[in-house]
Design a binder for this molecule. Sequence first.
Ligand code: MG
Length: 146
Amino acid sequence: MSSSPAALVRQFHRAFGLDVRSTPAQVPPQLAAHRGELLAEEAAEVAEVSVGGPLDHLAHELADVVYVAYGTALVHGIDLDEVIAEIHRANMSKLGPDGQVARRADGKVLKGEHYRAPDVAAVLRAQGWDPEADDRGRPAESSDRG
Ligand SMILES: [Mg+2]
């Protein structure tokens, strides 16, 4: 069994009867909100120990954030490894062809002419996402209810 975060979190979700989807899709709003709250809680715990530590607590909370993020992706049927690979590709395209990094005076990396932004929608479509089906599943906007 692989020890990648995605595989470990999948094992956890299966063992505890939590949602696992294999195709990207919207989930019921209550479940989506719950996942967002879990992630916000873990991010807040990172913030609490970021400066004062101790380091083992920071490592623990960082791992919790990643674990919950992978779980949230799994609940939504998203292969997060593929999305991360796309973000990485885009970030690496900030490098110039000469391998040089262009920086602003304050140190921020600038996007050069070879930069290609991440196309996360394309990654999700390749995983089977149907954005139009998701739109049909959304509650009507308030203006439609008159
Ligand atoms: Mg935690």
